[in-house]
Design a protein around this ligand. Structure first.
Ligand code: CP
Ligand code: NVA
Length: 319
C-alpha cells in the first residue's frame, strides 16, 4: 500500500550492500535485547504476505514469528491455495496483493518471477529464495559470523554447488570485507553475472575471491566452511548432478585443513551423510542452529528497513 516510487525491494543481497553492516548490527542489537524491544512495533497495522512455491521450515516460521514480534500481521500464501500460476498472472497478483498488503515475500522457482512480482507490486517485495538468490539467508549468515567478532578469521570457504545460497553469501561476504574462496565440481560454478557483481564489490572493499575444483585448497586456513545440499529444490530432475559432487563432502579430514577455530555453516536443511557428516555438523565448531535463529532477527531488521525505514533509523538511534 506504499507509494511505488519510493518502495524498495530485496531481490539479492547486493540491493542493500551499502546498508548491510548496519542491517546486521541492528539484528544483533535487537536479538540481544533491550527494554525498547518490547514496545518497538514498527509494523503495527501492517500486513505482510508470504507466497511459497516450494517447501520451507525456517523461512516460513521466521517470517511469521518475526512479523508478529514487530506488531504486524503475517499471512502465508501457499501456491496450491492461490490463483497465481493457475488462473492469474504474476502482474495481476502483484497489483491485487499490493491493495491489501504492506510487503510481500516470495519463494519461487524462477528468479525472473520474483523480478516480475517486484516490478508490478507497489509494496516492497523480498525474495525468500529463488533459483538464483537467497538474500535473507546471507543476511543471517553474515550476522552469525559477526556475532563471533574477531575470534573468527575473515576467510569464508564454500564447498559444493555454486548455487543460490552461495551467490548471496559471496555478495554479502565481499561487501563486508571478507575473503571468499569456493570449490565446486566442474560445470557447477557460480553464475557469471553474479560473479561479475561480486568482483565489482570486492574491488571497492579490498576483498579477494578465488575459485577452484579443489576442496582442500579452498578450505586451507579458512575461518568459515560453508556447504549446502548438492541438489537444490527444483533440480531433482538434473541427471547425474548428485554424482558430480563425489569428493565434495565436508568431513573431519577436510575440516582439518581449516583454521582450528573455524565455524561450520549450512543454511539447512542438511542431508547428513551426503554434503556433511554428523561429526562435523554436530561438532562444537558448528553454528548451524544459530544461523537458523538469526534468520528471524536479520529479517526483522530487513522488514523494518524496507517497510518502515523511519522506524528502522529511530531504533538505531535509540539502541
Ligand atoms: N534455509 C532455508 O531457507 O530453510 P527453509 O527451506 O526451511 O526455509
Ligand atoms: N540451495 C537450496 C537451499 C535451501 C534452503 C535450495 O535451493 O533448495
Amino acid at each position: 500500500m506504499s507509494d511505488s516510487d519510493s518502495k524498495r525491494d530485496l531481490m539479492a543481497i547486493d540491493d542493500v550492500s551499502d546498508e548491510l553492516a548496519g542491517l546486521i548490527d541492528w539484528g544483533i542489537d535487537f536479538k540481544h535485547g533491550s527494554d525498547i524491544n518490547y514496545d518497538f512495533k514498527p509494523l503495527d497495522g501492517m500486513s505482510i504476505g508470504s507466497i511459497y512455491e516450494k517447501p520451507s521450515t525456517r523461512t516460513r516460521v521466521s517470517f511469521e514469528v518475526g512479523v508478529s514480534k514487530l506488531g504486524g500481521q503475517p499471512l502465508t500464501l501457499l501456491s496450491n491455495d492461490i490463483q497465481l500460476g493457475k488462473s492469474e498472472s504474476i502482474a495481476d497478483t502483484a497489483a491485487v496483493l499490493s491493495r491489501y498488503l504492506d510487503g510481500i515475500t516470495y519463494r519461487c522457482f524462477r528468479h525472473d518471477d520474483a523480478e516480475e512480482l517486484a516490478k508490478h507490486a507497489t509494496v516492497p517485495v523480498i525474495n525468500a529464495l529463488s533459483d538464483l538468490h537467497h538474500p535473507c539467508q546471507a543476511a543471517a549468515d553474515l550476522m552469525t559470523i559477526a556475532e563471533h567478532g574477531e575470534s573468527v578469521n575473515g576467510h569464508i570457504a564454500w564447498v559444493g554447488d555454486g548455487n543460490n545460497v552461495f551467490h548471496d553469501l559471496l555478495l554479502a561476504g565481499v561487501a563486508l570485507g571478507h575473503d571468499v574462496s569456493y570449490a565446486t565440481p566442474a560445470g557447477f560454478e557460480p553464475d557469471e553475472s553474479v560473479m561479475s557483481r561480486a568482483r565489482s564489490i570486492a574491488a571497492d572493499t579490498g576483498s579477494s575471491i578465488s575459485g577452484s575444483n579443489d576442496p582442500v585448497e579452498t578450505v586451507s586456513g579458512a575461518g568459515v566452511i560453508y556447504t549446502d545440499i548438492f541438489v537444490s529444490m527444483g533440480e531433482e530432475h538434473v541427471e547425474g548432478k548428485f554424482d558430480a559432487f563425489r569428493g565434495f563432502q565436508v568431513n573431519e579430514e577436510l575440516v582439518s585443513h581449516a583454521d582450528p577455530d573455524y565455524l561450520f555453516m549450512h543454511c539447512l536443511p542438511a542431508h547428513r551423510g551426503e554434503e556433511v557428516t554428523d561429526a562435523v555438523i554436530d561438532s562444537p565448531n558448528s553454528v548451524v542452529f544459530d544461523q537458523a535463529e538469526n534468520r528471524m532477527w536479520a529479517q526483522m531488521s530487513l522488514l523494518t528497513y524496507l517497510c518502515n525505514e523511519a522506524a528502522w533509523h529511530t531504533y538505531r538511534d535509540l539502541g
